[in-house]
Design a protein around this ligand. Structure first.
Ligand code: 7TS
Length: 422
């Protein structure tokens, strides 16, 4: 019997040397849909990715065959559920090359992981007069928790600037680091611009100044190989739903020494070793940070998603998406009414743009009529919009199942948009 976790090797969506997109697309039931009578062209992958049947089936299988709580039953179903749950922890550890399963904490998503670090590490270590350094291209999730922490502690939030291409100004960043910098919180990839940040330099400079580094990997792990040991970052966070897994589940990686030094984030079941009314002894890592019944099916689904990504091959995904990014960029560059925001030399999978004289919401609405799903708005990165002097952009974001044909469809629909408004 197939277990709830993952897919077996024979189901690998790509046995060949290149990314077999047509075969991959077969794995995603939702892609067969018609939207307003047109084939769905799903280009809103930075918001959330679609799920392959292997992930969907793993969740159905968990609820149909293994449903039970974890870490508490002696009965067979609970043992099975616990095995599947902990097997995913090991998968995540291998996926991002952490040293130990104890360094992998399951949370709701990138947002909760950042809040966990701000509330636990931040409250314990950040003092009045200290500084937390973020960059100008952060998602609100990597700004607001630090603002809240700084307000509580009397610390200062500082912001490393970027240039007009959307590239971090490394010298400015280095200048902002100092003895007061307690923590650097930086995105690996910008969700609004696609910029890939030079993490090796960022981390090395921060460490030289005695600061710890949290990396927001919500837009990175699905596009490129990530090795937290090679990056030498202290915390790394990501969400399951952006890597073809379910919503409601995500990961906090933390360096063991730091996690050990941190107080629990929430109290409750599972995070304790013993409780009396006088004293509670906390559980060991990572359970100290996993109070209450977790999203077990979500973890199982995340495991299946990681298996899926690996069966395709991360390097193949990177090169396929880079091809699409260059193709899409050249199409948009060929349209004089379009301005691309985010033209960093190191970039991945995001085409953020405005169309002259047309509000991005109107662009999005007309594209929707053509069956094309993009996101329009500020992308939870209002400071990025302010920097570029726009209220919003239209954003097409790419995934492993997208094709050049879909980008041609985007181009044709954009020509229609321009025609309608001319
Ligand atoms: N960090 C980055 C860089 C993100 O892009 C997002 C979500 C988050 C954190 C938060 O992730 P969550 O899963 O906890 O919500 N970004 C987007 C987006 O670009 N469009 O919709 C959500």
């Amino acid at each position: 019997m197939k277990t709830a976790r993952g897919i077996d090797a024979r189901e690998s969506p790509d046995g060949g040397s290149s990314c077999d997109v047509q075969r991959i697309r077969e794995d995603f039931p939702i892609l067969k849909q018609l939207i307003h009578g047109k084939p769905l062209v799903y280009l809103d992958n930075a918001a959330t990715t679609q799920k392959p049947r292997q992930v969907i089936e793993s969740i159905v299988s968990f609820y149909s065959e293994e449903c039970s709580n974890v870490h508490r039953g002696v009965h067979l179903l609970s043992e099975r559920a616990t095995r599947g749950f902990e097997a995913t922890r090991s998968s995540v550890r291998r996926f991002i090359h952490a040293r130990d399963d104890r360094e992998i904490v399951f949370v709701r998503g990138a947002t909760e992981a950042i809040n966990l670090v701000a509330c636990s590490y931040g409250r314990a270590h950040v003092r009045a007069g200290d500084e937390v350094l973020v960059t100008a291209m952060e998602h609100h999730s990597n700004i607001v928790p630090w603002q809240m922490l700084c307000a509580e502690k009397g610390a200062k939030l500082r912001v490393a600037p970027m240039n007009s291409k959307g590239e971090l100004l490394l010298e400015e960043y280095e200048r902002l680091l100092g003895p007061r910098t307690c923590l650097v919180a930086v995105t690996h990839v910008s969700n609004a611009l696609g910029t890939v940040n030079p993490l090796h330099e960022i981390v090395e400079m921060a460490h030289r100044n005695g600061a710890v580094v949290l990396v927001d990997g919500a837009q990175a792990v699905q596009h490129m190989r990530v090795d937290v040991q090679a990056l030498d970052c202290d915390f790394y966070v990501f969400s399951g739903h952006k890597i073809y897994g379910p919503t409601g589940i995500g990961v906090l990686y933390g360096r063991e020494r730091l996690l050990e030094s941190m107080p629990p984030y929430q109290g409750g079941g599972d995070m304790i070793a013993s409780v009396t009314f006088e004293k509670t002894v906390y559980n060991k890592l990572p359970y100290k940070f996993e109070a209450g019944t977790p999203d077990i099916a979500g973890v199982i689904g995340l495991g299946a998603a990681i298996d899926y990504l690996q069966s395709v091959g991360i390097e193949k995904i990177t090169s396929h998406e880079q091809d699409l990014l260059h193709y899409g960029t050249s199409i948009l560059e060929g349209m004089p009414e379009i301005r691309i925001l985010g033209t960093a030399a190191a970039k991945t999978s995001v085409l953020s743009f405005t169309v002259q004289g047309i509000h991005p919401h109107d662009v999005g609405t007309i594209l929707d009529q053509e069956g094309i799903a993009i996101r329009t708005g500020h992308h939870c990165a209002q400071p990025v919009m302010d920097f570029f002097g726009v209220p919003a952009t239209a954003r097409a974001s790419l995934a492993l199942y997208n094709t050049r044909d879909e980008l041609d469809a985007l181009a044709a629909a954009l020509r229609k948009v321009i025609e309608v408004f001319s």
